[in-house]
Design a protein around this ligand. Structure first.
Ligand SMILES: [Zn+2]
Length: 376
């Protein structure tokens, strides 16, 4: 999935004084896009006129016409470099830039890191340095696990150098060899179903339960720390990203939520946003998706496409677009109302998520075609 929108949102929050001055990484982002002149203006405006709600609404921030983000959805504040690193349990840590997350284990033999989101980038090394200076463990990253092949989650892998042992699902290697991206070296250690990684007395179980978000997404289970890392399936405190995280197998993505709950985890590292997940977060998302599914099943049997045929004549694509748009809106309306205030951005992505549930879980993979079923 992409992240520009959330980066922009973070930028707007920073500009309007909601979270203080922009972190260094964002200053670098601005500088990198040639918006250096804007940085001084951002600093000058922090806490200034743009922070007033009336003006903020005019410029599209902080809420930009959307409902405010519930405080419960937000994580800990970032440091001046633009990251937060925290201990999960024992030698297991997580790091976030409030949009993305990575996880790492410090061991007597070196660091095992899971993922390397591009937006956290060099701050991964700073976070590891900060933790290992404090606990006396070696700071060298010796092993890296890939949750899946997507660039946004592992695009900074190159920072750990060529000698790191990289581990991923066999399909992850196939995809990365195809992509041939120097920032994402293909894993050299692969597995089909299960792999136990033991380094310096610490253990991670890597398990493949079939495709869901991507063909190669794996479950990363830290048994001693009772922590599960599963990326682009759960979005603690938030509705799922657009079209159920643009996942490639929707019925299996929906099922992956339940598979995750079959692990006895107490902490979830979901790969996105600013905080860790709880089992209550997972159950709330499962209820949200179930509500979309119920609405989609009702809509496919009740929404009459006749007016769209009359309106668009021989333009078959326009007929389908109007039908799908109307279905998505009809499914989303009660779900948005129900979850607003409980899940952040329910009013941002629920129409897109309703479309995906309707189109894949119900119509295409679900086999319910309603008015487009077998012609009498
Ligand atoms: Zn992904």
């Amino acid at each position: 999935m992409t992240h520009r929108r959330s980066e922009y949102a973070a930028e707007v929050r920073a500009m309007t004084g909601e979270s203080g001055t922009p972190p260094a990484s964002r200053r670098a982002f601005l500088a990198g896009t040639g918006a250096v002149a804007g940085v001084a203006a951002v600093a000058a405006l922090t806490g200034g006129p743009l922070a007033q709600p009336a003006r903020a609404a005019e410029v599209g921030g902080p809420s930009g016409g959307y409902a405010p983000v519930p405080k419960s959805a937000l994580g800990p504040p970032l440091n001046a470099d633009g990251y937060f690193v925290g201990q999960i349990h024992g030698d297991l840590y997580w790091v976030t830039d409030s949009a993305y997350q990575a996880m790492f284990l410090t061991t007597t033999d070196g660091v095992v890191i899971v993922d390397a989101p591009a937006t956290i980038g060099h701050n991964l090394l700073k976070a590891i340095g900060e933790v290992t200076r404090a606990n006396g463990r070696p700071a060298t990253v010796t092993h890296q696990v890939y949750s899946h092949s997507h660039s946004d989650h592992i695009g900074a892998s190159v920072l750990f150098g060529p000698d790191v042992v990289r581990i991923g699902h066999r399909e992850c290697r196939t995809l990365l060899l195809r992509d041939n991206d120097p920032n994402r070296p293909a894993p050299t250690v692969t597995f089909d179903d299960r792999y136990t990684l033991t380094v310096g007395g610490q253990r991670l179980d890597l398990v493949y339960h079939g495709p869901n978000h991507s063909p190669d997404t794996i479950f990363i289970w830290a048994p001693e720390q009772q922590t599960l890392m599963l990326v682009d399936v759960f979005f603690p405190g938030w509705v799922p990203w657009k079209q159920l995280a643009v996942s490639q197998d929707i019925p299996d993505w929906i099922k992956a939520q339940d598979v995750a709950l079959s692990y006895p985890w107490q902490t979830l590292v979901a790969g996105h946003l600013g905080r860790l997940g709880t089992r209550a977060d997972a159950e709330l998302q499962i209820a949200y998706v179930a509500d979309l599914l119920a609405g989609a099943r009702h809509t496919v049997t009740s929404l009459d496409p006749t007016p769209f045929f009359k309106q668009y004549g021989d333009n078959a694509w326009a007929i389908y677009k109007a039908y799908l748009d109307a279905a998505s809106a009809q499914i989303a309306a009660p779900v948005t109302a129900k979850y607003l205030g409980k899940l952040a951005a329910a009013d941002v992505f629920t129409v897109d998520n309703a479309f995906t549930v309707f189109e894949f879980a119900v119509r295409e993979d679900g086999g319910m075609q309603g008015p487009f079923g077998i012609h009498p």
